[in-house]
Design a protein around this ligand. Structure first.
Ligand code: ATP
Ligand code: MG
Length: 332
């Protein structure tokens, strides 16, 4: 079986609709076809300040949400990044292979550091894409299910894998991004040209999966659209309505042309009301399942312990072969 690897940050507590449609849905699907490794990336979370107690509870919450979304510990390996020390270890090696200018071209760093103020951005934020390279290469992943915003980091991973392989001999699988065209970028409901984001969205533009469904339904009904009234998918001219059509279509499995027909002559209000209802129907059991997993910390911890053990076995083998190729003296 080919391998898949991806990670998600525990930073905001609740996942948002962009995380689900862009990434987590693909995690669930790839369990069927791939030997899949998914992790909660707490090492990445501390690239910006985190309260320790909140980080701990958000990490559990993230794992509970992944299970609630359909990850099955019998069909994939679910773990916490900091439980596998090889990530930081191979991360250092990859740091030493990356050009300073090359790292400086990562647009996520530019965006995030600009938002924080350049003086407050940490070196960790600067090098986090390189840690991500190590995350992926440790598992010899073939496919990396992510949203469109992560494409550049997977490209960097391909470059560094190739660089290591040509310098030291074939060691790493060169991975490919697995990005679903339709849902690779879900937009902020108030600013349909910006990515819906844990850290950057306006509160009214962000649909958090664990929020009170009524609150989310209201946000959907007041999503920014345009002054026209025709329900038509057109990302350039009608980004707001196109975003809603994408969400509607993916949540319900109804084709966009069919939705366009259904709402012809009915205007935006009807579409928003119905989508809000579909979302509430979908999210209600998701929230319940999340609470069930959270309510049983022993089972959750057992899942994560078993996941870490499986992940470490793979990661340790890859790290050992990388260390050997580099010329590190083995410890006796
Ligand atoms: P932050 O703004 O702090 O980076 P985030 O909202 O991007 O948070 P992450 O944990 O960084 O969340 O991303 C987890 C996964 O969700 C990644 O694969 C990312 O590409 C994907 N993702 C995030 N936002 C969207 C979105 N709006 N549409 C589609 N996929 C998304
Ligand atoms: Mg992100």
């Amino acid at each position: 079986r080919p391998r898949a690897l991806s990670g998600i940050q525990p930073t905001a507590g609740s996942f948002h609709l962009g995380n689900y449609l862009g990434a987590i849905r693909q995690y669930v699907a790839l369990q069927e076809t791939h030997d899949a490794f998914y992790m909660v990336v707490d090492l990445h979370a501390i690239t910006v300040p985190q309260d320790p107690a909140e980080l701990r509870s958000n990490t559990r919450l993230a794992a509970a949400q992944l299970l609630a979304a359909g990850l099955d510990p019998d069909r994939c390996t679910l773990f916490i990044q900091s439980h596998v020390p090889e990530h930081a270890q191979l991360g250092w090696v990859m740091n030493c292979l990356t050009g300073f200018g090359e790292a400086g071209r990562m647009t996520q760093f530019k965006d995030k550091s600009a938002k924080q103020g350049a003086d407050r951005a940490t070196v960790g934020l600067f090098t986090y894409p390189i840690l991500q390279v190590a995350d992926i290469l440790l598992y010899q992943a073939n496919a990396v299910p992510v949203g469109e915003d992560q494409r550049q980091h997977v490209e960097l991973t391909r470059d560094l894998a190739g660089r290591f392989n040509s310098r030291y001999g074939d060691t790493f699988t060169v991975p490919a991004p697995h990005i679903v065209k339709e849902t690779g970028k879900i937009y902020d409901l108030q600013d349909p040209t910006a990515k819906m984001s844990k850290s950057a969205s306006s509160p009214k533009g962000l649909i958090n999966l664990l929020d009170e469904p009524k609150v989310s339904a209201k946000k959907i009904r007041s999503a920014v659209t345009d002054t026209d009234t025709v329900v038509r998918f057109d990302e350039k001219e009608k980004p707001g309505i196109s975003n809603l059509l994408t969400i509607y279509s993916t949540l319900t499995g109804t084709g966009i042309p069919e939705l366009e027909q259904r709402y012809a002559g009915k205007g935006y209000g009807a579409l928003k009301t119905d989508l809000a209802e579909c979302f509430v129907e979908w999210v209600t059991p998701f929230r319940e399942r999340t609470q069930e997993y959270l309510g049983d910390p022993e089972t959750l911890d057992a899942v994560l312990a078993k996941g870490a053990e499986k992940a470490r076995a793979v990661a340790a083998e890859t790290l050992a072969s990388a260390y050997d190729r580099i010329g590190f003296l083995p410890a006796k």
